[in-house]
Write a protein that binds this ligand. Structure first.
Ligand code: PEP
Length: 251
């Protein structure tokens, strides 16, 4: 039985005051007894967030990391820095990083490998654009993104890697994939993993992301191959995110 995971991606939003208010509201409102919860703040606020979440069972991580160990990489953050501040998760290959910052499948695979080597949990984001869905190549696109990582880190690592299927056309647009559309791709991803190891495929957690709201979460999380969600916009509203975590508990 896979334990559900709900993750908040705050992207480049917040201030010290807002992060304090939101994190404290999460601590008050979210019960972590039967669901895992992760928060991805902007990296500058990790230390502040760590202080608020200490001892609550709510984990946190960064939205991006460098695969390089250290050195002349202006603007980047290393894995040892991420570890030093107590992060548990690393978001890797979000579509905004792929699209806006040109991250390639090969770079994403290196970041997943570096995260695993550091004993942290990578949340690997994959998903197709609207044009790709309309061209009927969703499975091909997702397969390429997953296989690039599989070939780098091996199937055994997917007991620890979390995969977030996030159709790009559903991110921040208010257009959620229907539970059936999401389940179809999740089942496909699990089958891809199962071709290499059926046991690992059963253990791997697959999250859905793309305009998840409290009103759509329960039905999405009830799908056989959906093991939780990666939530952007709705994670900036304490009551919405708390309700989404609650929906995962019941699913
Ligand atoms: C995301 O950024 O990963 C995301 C799913 O955003 P939203 O929920 O706003 O679509």
């Amino acid at each position: 039985m896979r334990r559900k995971l709900v993750a908040a991606n705050w992207k480049m939003n917040g201030s010290k005051a807002e992060i304090s208010a939101l994190a404290n509201a999460f601590v008050q409102g979210i019960e972590v007894a039967s669901v895992d919860v992760a928060v991805f703040p902007p990296a500058l606020y990790v230390e502040q967030l760590a202080g608020i979440l200490a001892g609550t069972g709510i984990e946190f991580g960064v939205q991006n990391v460098s695969a390089a160990e250290k050195g002349a990489f202006t603007g980047e953050i290393s894995m040892s820095m991420v570890k030093e501040f107590g992060c548990h998760y690393v978001l890797v290959g979000h579509s905004e990083r792929r699209e806006l910052f040109g991250e390639t499948d090969a770079q994403v695979a290196e970041k997943v490998a570096a995260t695993l080597e550091a004993d942290l949990v990578p949340v690997l984001c994959v998903g197709e654009t609207l044009a790709q869905r309309e061209a009927g190549v969703t499975e091909q696109v997702v397969a390429e993104q997953v296989v690039a990582v599989l070939e780098r880190v091996g199937i055994e690592s997917f007991t620890r890697v979390v995969v977030a299927y996030e159709p790009v056309w559903a991110i921040g647009t208010g257009k959620t994939a229907s539970p059936e559309q999401a389940q179809e791709v999740h089942a496909y991803i699990r089958s891809l993993l199962a071709q290499r190891d059926a046991n690992v495929a059963q253990q791997c957690r697959l999250l859905y992301g793309g305009s998840v709201k409290a009103s759509s979460a329960a039905e999405l999380f009830a799908q056989e191959d959906i093991d939780g969600g990666l939530v952007g916009g709705a994670s900036l509203i304490a009551d919405e995110f708390t309700a989404i975590c609650q929906a995962a508990k019941g699913a």
